[in-house]
Design a protein. Structure first.
Length: 132
């Protein structure tokens, strides 16, 4: 959802969000604003489909851990960010709400990782394995 919204909107909108966290050099900010929404979109789609489940759970966990670190450093540094920018123009949440939300999602990803063999039974990975 959030990756798709960021892809529809001009990449400069997400670039502004990235710049507000004051972490990356200019070149990396621009590259991140262009490719990261694609990564979010495909990770979400593959996760919902159960395609390459192990790899996608690692990617999702890595993204969530990164989000937690980025937002945490903004809170610690008291940057003047009123909302996270995580969902583009769709939703706006204050940083402390995003921390709780992302932590909850990280727990869900960890549980899915722990039980990935059992949860893979209704995935595309399972379907393709049966076809081979």
């Amino acid at each position: 959802m959030s990756g798709g919204e960021k892809l529809i909107a001009p990449h400069q909108n997400f670039l502004y969000v990235i710049q507000s966290y004051q972490l990356l050099p200019d070149v990396l900010e621009k590259l991140t604003a262009i490719w990261f929404p694609w990564l979010e979109l495909f990770t979400g789609i593959f996760l919902c489909l159960g395609l390459w489940l192990g790899q996608v759970l690692i990617a999702a966990g890595g993204m969530l851990a990164t989000f937690l670190m980025v937002v945490s450093q903004a809170v610690i540094r008291r940057l003047p960010i009123t909302e996270c920018g995580c969902f583009g123009g769709l939703l706006a949440f204050p940083l402390h709400v995003v921390l709780v939300f992302d932590l909850g999602l990280l727990v869900v990803v960890a549980v899915l990782w722990r039980y990935r063999v059992r949860s893979a039974c209704s995935s595309l990975d399972s379907y393709f394995a049966q076809q081979a």
